[in-house]
Design a protein around this ligand. Structure first.
Ligand code: CS2
Length: 488
């Protein structure tokens, strides 16, 4: 039997167990443009905004994919509706109505730019992943092909930064107020970095525009958290079954969700504080603790777990050596490098993260987390290594996941698997050249300055990475690092 499609027309026919928008969708207005319409946005910010719409109808979302039309093609026939499965012993399903419009900039750019220039739009949010910011060091990578393209044709941008600035330029030209630009990606000081990138870009187009953005627009920092495994066949089947309807692209996440946002909005904001968002004057500390204590260990589990043929985070947490290793990494190596924000109990935070990793109701594939290692390692682990060294601490255990990433790249290259990573070509060459001999292999990887900066010159870093690399080569790695006691 073919199911009817989820849409405004079929919303009323949803079974009572499936939650649905608690407001009249037709009475809402688009007040947010979101760039990067992937699963994380739809499982996280869009759900908070769905709650906010029940309180204030002005903050519906126009979700934009920059290049890939798949989300638009899946959701437009559904009027932007989709199902969120909140995973637990018995998953709870909820149809989210916050997306009133779904666009793909590559083939509907005029509509995207018109939205960005619409006075009703007062907030632009982004989940474009680390690589989507086109950063080099602290600022914009002016040599990035997308940035070169967008600076040459600023009215037909391809990058996220190009879109943010094109919209702001239109608003300035029309005498409108700017919008707040809110990064929701896993980068330390995401708002500050986005602001610098936007200013760098605008300054090259028109210094007066850059000054206007600097004076009028705000780029709050935010910390986002909720584990969101990619949509799989099991989810599609579960949703079809429970809804009695076809939803082309449901999403799933754990129950836990956190969103901490700096309260610096230049043109009004949704009633976020009433829907569970923490608004704060200063979120530095929270974003770093989350990146280092959740995302860092996540990447560690991914590269180490894949080397021993495990599939999911929960599987890795059932591997005694890995589970012990990662807990010690968090408590003994990462936590001591953090300046603890007031109100955060680090011990309890670590315990809660470990519980979330163990959640048997979630099949979060290590391969998904392993994507984009060249972008993730600096933010998640290398900063901790630098801080630990500066504090005179041993970094042996912290180096194991770095070595595991190198082995992972090598193995993928030898198996002919194309990496999901903006540096895939360079990494494939390095991986093919790797022989398993620690000194040569590690030296070649560390020469990637975009990832490792000056680390190749620091014997204090090179030596422990080589040792970790050799221990993974001879198979002793995980077990010996799990038991290693390091003098402080
Ligand atoms: C993960 C994150 O895929 C990854 O790299 O580490 O997506 C992680 O699940 C989220 O940041 C949790 O908030």
């Amino acid at each position: 039997m073919t199911h009817p499609r989820l849409s405004d027309a079929t919303l009323a026919a949803l079974p009572p167990a499936v939650a649905r928008p608690a407001y009249e969708r037709a009475a809402t207005r688009i007040g947010v443009v979101h760039l990067g319409a992937g699963a994380f946005h739809r499982a996280h910010q869009a759900v908070y905004l769905d709650d906010a719409l029940a309180l204030d109808p002005d903050w519906a979302v126009c979700a934009v994919s920059l290049r890939n039309p798949d989300v638009r093609d899946a959701l437009r026939p559904q009027d932007g509706l989709y199902t969120l499965a909140i995973l637990g012993d018995t998953p709870q399903l909820r149809v989210v109505g916050a997306l009133r419009e779904v666009l793909c900039a590559r083939d509907e750019q005029a509509a995207v730019l018109a939205r960005l220039g619409d006075p009703a739009v007062r907030l632009v949010t982004l989940t474009v992943t680390e690589k989507g910011y086109c950063l080099a060091g602290d600022g914009l990578d002016l040599a990035h092909p997308d940035i070169v393209h967008d600076l040459a044709t600023p009215d037909a941008p391809v990058s996220a930064i190009g879109h943010v600035v094109a919209g702001l330029a239109r608003r300035r030209a029309a005498g409108l107020a700017p919008y707040t630009v809110l990064s929701c990606d896993n980068l330390a000081d995401n708002g500050g970095r986005l602001r610098r990138a936007a200013l760098d870009f605008a300054a090259r187009l028109d210094p007066a525009l850059a000054r206007w953005i600097e004076a009028e627009a705000t780029f709050p920092r935010s910390m986002v958290d909720s584990i969101t495994p990619a949509t799989d066949d099991a989810l599609l089947a579960r949703v079809a079954d429970a809804l009695g309807m076809h939803d082309a692209w449901p999403v799933q996440r754990e129950r836990y969700a956190q969103w901490v946002v700096e309260d610096r909005f230049c043109n009004g904001r949704p009633p976020l504080e009433r829907v569970g968002v923490t608004l704060s004057d200063d979120i530095a500390g929270f974003d770093r603790a989350k990146l280092r204590l959740l995302n860092g260990p996540h990447s560690a589990l991914a590269y180490l777990g894949l080397l021993v043929e495990l599939e999911t985070v929960a599987d890795a947490m059932r591997h005694p050596g890995l589970a012990r290793y990662v807990e010690r990494l968090m408590r003994e190596d990462i936590a001591p490098t953090l300046d603890v924000p007031a109100g955060l109990d680090l011990d309890a935070y670590v315990t809660a993260i470990l519980d979330r990793f163990r959640n048997p109701a979630i099949r979060h594939r290590l391969a998904q987390i392993a994507w984009d290692g060249s972008q993730k390692l600096p933010v998640r682990l290398l900063g901790t290594i630098r801080d630990a060294l500066a504090a005179g601490r041993r970094i042996d255990r912290l180096c194991l996941p770095i070595a595991a990433w190198m082995h992972f790249v090598r193995r993928q290259a030898h198996d002919g698997v194309v990496l999901v990573d903006p540096m895939a070509d360079t990494l494939a060459q390095l991986g093919r050249a790797a022989t398993g001999e620690a000194r040569g292999d590690v030296a070649r990887f560390l020469a990637l300055r975009a990832v490792f900066g000056e680390m190749a010159q620091q014997a204090m870093v090179v030596e422990p990475i080589m040792q970790a690399y050799a221990s993974l080569e001879d198979g002793s790695g995980i077990a010996s690092f799990a038991e290693m006691s390091l003098p402080l």
